[in-house]
Design a protein around this ligand. Structure first.
Ligand code: ADP
Ligand code: MG
Length: 230
């Protein structure tokens, strides 16, 4: 099984953190992710960008840099002509920031439709008392400022997952406030359940965050992940 292989591989490393190199884990559990590739040289970055329609997002890939934008490790909306120079910029900012970081490369990723979508978060941490707590909330400033999030113990049923959406104060933002089209709630419910299944299957996942899971009227896309593995 693919997810097991990915998790076994982390055991051989000196860190128990996983960043976007763990996107495959989501793939293995049927959670939609944007097209993309992790590359380790400029030319490969340009080739990867040419495989993707439109401008791309580029991100530093390192288990030692889990807050990528804080160090200038994320560039969105990069046209293909700027991919090569952006590759160099991202790598050098990362080296500057943390000379001993294990840099695996740069991810070249398709753009998610943030104009039509809302950034949400699906996460999990293990509570000593309750066990695996699956979290759902809005992403960006909403979760940090309003602390608008809700929790259930895994395994989370379909009914519980939809209750989680009902429960957050900012649910109207997902349901067509400000004249926008409502997002694909089924996609969100399914993602919550799939994460619940993943962390139930693999107790060695101590912590996991999809931030953001971009929810649009047409579906959901997990554009970022980090995890801590035992
Ligand atoms: P980090 O959380 O480590 O800073 P992210 O991958 O979450 O890195 O990227 C930071 C922000 O950049 C996201 O919250 C989102 O607003 C934007 N972003 C990242 N990936 C994409 C993408 N594929 N399409 C559109 N916006 C993106
Ligand atoms: Mg993020």
């Amino acid at each position: 099984e693919r997810a097991r292989e990915i998790l076994e591989r982390t055991k051989e490393r000196e860190t128990n953190k996983l960043g976007i190199e763990a996107m495959d884990l989501l793939d293995a559990y049927g959670i939609p992710t944007p097209d993309g590739a992790i590359v380790s040289d400029k030319q490969a970055a340009v080739d990867a960008a040419k495989e993707i329609e439109g401008n791309v997002v580029m991100k530093i890939v390192s288990p030692d840099i889990l807050h990528k934008s804080d160090i200038g490790g994320v560039e969105v909306n990069v046209p293909v002509e700027e991919v090569a120079s952006t590759y160099d910029d991202i790598i050098s900012r990362a080296r500057n920031y943390q000379p001993d970081a294990n840099i695996l490369g740069v991810q070249v990723q398709e753009m998610a439709d943030l104009d039509a979508g809302t950034e949400t978060i699906v996460g999990m941490n293990r509570d000593p008392q309750f066990g695996p707590l699956v979290m759902f909330g809005l992403g960006g400033i909403f979760v940090e400022v309003l602390e608008d999030a809700t929790f259930r113990v895994a395994p989370v049923s379909e009914g519980e997952a939809s209750e989680m959406i009902d429960e957050i104060d900012s649910a109207p933002l997902l349901r067509g406030a400000r004249g926008r089209d409502p997002v694909d709630e089924d996609g969100v419910v399914e993602t919550i359940q799939r994460i619940s299944q993943l962390v139930t299957d693999f107790p060695q996942i101590l912590e996991l965050d999809i931030n953001p899971l971009v929810a649009t009227p047409d579906g959901v896309e997990a554009v970022d992940i980090r995890a801590t593995i035992d």
